[in-house]
Design a protein around this ligand. Structure first.
Ligand code: PLP
Length: 216
């Protein structure tokens, strides 16, 4: 697995306005260093403990993205340095992120996760819930968070039509509320489906195995 070669290849393929988050979960510090030395600054992790441990050992200008299921009682461990939380799946979690951001005297970027696949293992607001939440404008009350957009994960399937449909549905909501909330980011697409995602307006892709190799 040649991390720098993989990164260069992906970077030449994707449009300039698409942000690549290198998903380094389960991978060693040295792999992250190689990517960093090749100019990669945005990294994603899905477990707070692993994220904190890695962030402590790596350069401070790395921008860390929390992309996995986040429990409310864990927010405090990442609140002082996290760059963006993609996986906000409840109003209570938003409240906690806002509280911890305030405590740390900073602002935290968040994306709201929408359940576009209806897989039981995945989290996120249902379409009905996200519409209700965004229409209520309740999230505008949180002063220490910036809700910058939406995130979704497509079904684990090889059927590209299903994947495309799910990305399209998320983009429809994104576009509907974009101007009211000044949304900037639509985070969708992983190693297996990022090309479809970019086609459907994604501007943050989260790639792990395409960069670092398969996870064991
Ligand atoms: C693991 C993970 C990814 C990256 O998956 P790959 O298939 O390795 O690219 C992206 N997003 C989330 C939320 C993940 O948990």
């Amino acid at each position: 697995m040649n991390i720098s070669l993989n990164l260069n290849k992906i970077n030449t393929e994707i449009p300039d306005d698409v942000l690549l988050v290198a998903v380094s979960k389960t991978k060693p510090i040295n792999d992250i260093k190689v990517a960093y030395q090749n100019g990669q600054l945005h990294f994603g992790e899905n477990k707070t403990q692993e994220l904190v441990k890695k962030a402590e050992k790596l350069p401070k200008n790395i921008k860390w993205h929390m992309i996995g299921h986040l429990q409310r009682n864990k927010v405090k461990y990442i609140a002082d340095f996290i760059y963006m939380i993609h996986s906000v799946h409840s109003l209570k979690l938003l409240e906690e992120i806002n509280k911890q951001a305030l405590k740390n005297n900073r602002n935290i970027n968040v994306l709201i996760q929408v359940d576009i696949s209806h897989d039981l293992t995945k989290f996120g607001f249902s379409y009905e819930e996200i519409n209700k939440l965004l229409l209520s404008e309740k999230i505008k009350e949180f002063k220490n968070i910036s809700v910058l957009g939406l995130m979704g994960m497509a079904s684990f399937t090889s059927n590209q039509k299903i994947i495309r449909k799910q990305f399209k549905n998320l983009n429809t909501i994104y576009e509907k509320f974009k101007s009211n909330y000044s949304f900037k980011f639509l985070s969708m697409g992983m190693s297996s489906d990022y090309k479809i995602a970019i086609d459907e307006n994604s501007n943050i892709i989260r790639l792990g195995s395409n960069i670092f190799g398969k996870r064991s």
